[in-house]
Design a protein around this ligand. Structure first.
Ligand SMILES: [Mg+2]
Length: 314
């Protein structure tokens, strides 16, 4: 019996496959392993990223198609925002079941169009094919003034996060529960899951002040552990920003909102290390880099916080 991709898992597979690629081009500053690839072209830094939404993996057919289109664009823009860049041009691939209602694809395109207007860039081409499951893929090119990696951490640096965390997971739970007669806070949480807003508004702050930066897509702890490879990082769990809606959701259901904030994915907020006090720019101080080595995250009492990385292939 041969090996299966699930034997390696998502991250093992990426490491394995990228060994087959030998990039000798001097203009490539960083290829695989960050939110975007970085390429120098003349005086400019180009950022390249791609993301895919697959039916039943990332969304369900019963979701409003406008939200699916909006989210496809936003999750890509989020990676560009994390690098302090701005999006320039997108290319789309649509893989569609042949019996898909035309009105559903039109809905997706309305959402894409709204997002393109909102983030102010253009979709300039694409590709269409048939598929058993609806699958949407967007590649995006952006530009940046300087290079900001996700793992350029220094001991003593503070770690900041934008917005609030955990809302998207709570919204997903409400969606999946099929609950009807939703209360306003429940609608808001669902909105955060279905229509996340990429923090392109903070891109210029990242560009000016970040030492390291990435967006939170898999979850705070999971993404922080990727960022802080070979470092020990302390997290101030009491500082983790929580929305009133999440607190209400958790208090009504006897759950701990911190767990949602630490482990929930798809919040698309920014995680930034900086020497500058970013609380002046609306970020929340959530941690600091304690020491070299260790590759672990601890709370304010020194207790290790385990990041359970979401793995698409396991
Ligand atoms: Mg990312």
């Amino acid at each position: 019996m041969g090996f299966k991709v699930s034997d390696l898992g998502e991250f093992g597979l990426i490491e394995h496959l990228t060994r087959f690629i030998k990039n000798n081009d001097q203009s490539i500053i960083r290829d695989f392993g960050d939110d975007t690839a970085f390429v120098r072209l003349g005086n400019e830094i180009l950022l390249f990223t791609v993301d895919t939404l697959v039916e039943n993996v990332h969304f369900l057919r019963k979701y409003p198609p406008e939200a699916v289109g909006w989210k496809l664009v936003s999750v890509n823009v989020s990676d560009i925002a994390a690098k302090g860049g701005k999006p320039l041009y997108g290319l789309i691939t649509l893989a569609l079941p042949k019996d898909l209602e035309l009105s559903y694809v039109e809905g997706i395109y309305k959402g894409i169009s709204q997002a393109l207007d909102f983030y102010n860039f253009s979709l300039i081409g694409g590709n269409t094919t048939s598929s058993e499951k609806l699958c949407l893929d967007l590649s995006l090119v952006g530009t940046a003034k300087r290079v900001i990696f996700r793992d350029n951490f220094k001991v003593g640096q503070k770690i900041y996060v934008s917005g609030t965390l955990g809302d998207s997971l709570a919204g997903l739970e409400i969606l999946l529960s099929g609950k009807e007669n939703l209360e306003p806070y429940e609608r808001k949480l669902i909105e955060r899951h279905l229509k996340p807003v990429a923090r392109l508004d903070l891109s210029s702050i990242v560009e000016k002040f970040a030492s390291a930066s990435m967006d939170i897509s898999d979850g705070f702890l999971s993404d922080l552990s990727k960022m802080a490879k070979n470092k020990t990082v302390k997290v101030f769990t009491k500082n983790i920003p929580l929305s009133e809606e999440l607190k209400l959701y958790c208090s009504k259901r006897g759950k701990n909102p911190i767990n949602y904030a630490l482990k929930g994915g798809e919040d698309y907020q920014l995680l930034v290390a900086s020497d500058i006090d970013l609380t002046l720019y609306g970020f929340t101080l959530v941690g600091e880099v304690l020491s070299e080595g260790g590759s672990k995250i601890v709370d304010e009492h020194g207790k290790e916080l385990k990041a359970k990385c979401f793995d698409h292939l396991k």
